[in-house]
Design a protein around this ligand. Structure first.
Ligand SMILES: [Zn+2]
Length: 198
């Protein structure tokens, strides 16, 4: 018996997260680039971020042919949320700043680095980072993405910094429900054994 999945959030219909997904406006445009190996991952949080933000887009691939055009969006300054020697910590927008086109690679470290390697226009972007020491509230994944945060958490934290005092916490609601479902599914005991105290 194959389970029917929601066409929008890709969760099993019985666990559809759509009622929890907000519809938030942001000055910042968020471009999520997802490695194909992440698409069917149960914790596809990039998709949750893309669905919950009106000014966001999710593209799946390894080599993004149209990337230069996507990055040249008038009125925005493109930058990559990824560590690097010259990466600048993000700051709130000043009154005359163009908003960012924030490019967020989604996937494990290894996959994200591969995306940079395969897409020189991505690797050439100026880089921004979140402040150090931000740790995920959730430890379900062994190899979390940039900054040890899930992708949706990284996006929320970036937007909170850039667009303070606006709040984007509502984006985490479907994610929290997803995590609770995952913990219930794997059993509290397994969760403790694998993830507690790491
Ligand atoms: Zn759904």
């Amino acid at each position: 018996m194959s389970r029917i999945h929601c066409p929008r959030c890709h969760r099993p219909q019985s666990h559809c997260l759509c009622p929890l997904i907000p519809s938030l406006d942001s000055r910042t445009r968020v471009l999520l680039l997802q490695h194909p190996s992440e698409v069917n991952h149960a914790l596809n949080t990039a998709r949750l971020a893309a669905l919950g933000l009106n000014n966001a887009e999710l593209i799946v691939g390894e080599v993004f042919k149209h990337l230069p055009a996507l990055l040249n969006r008038p009125g925005y300054q493109a930058c990559l949320l990824f560590p690097g020697e010259d990466a600048q910590p993000m700051q709130a927008y000043g009154p005359s700043d163009d908003p960012l086109l924030l490019v967020v690679p989604d996937g494990t470290w290894r996959k994200a680095r591969k995306l940079l390697h395969l897409n020189p226009s991505l690797a050439a972007l100026p880089r921004v980072t979140l402040a150090d020491g931000r740790v995920s509230r959730y430890r379900l994944r062994k190899a979390p993405g940039p900054g040890a945060l899930s992708t949706v958490e990284a996006v929320v934290q970036a937007l909170q910094i850039l667009e303070a005092p606006a709040s984007f916490e509502a984006l985490l609601r479907p994610f929290e429900a997803l995590i609770e479902g995952q913990i219930a599914a794997m059993g509290a005991e397994t969760y403790q054994r694998n993830h507690a105290g790491k």
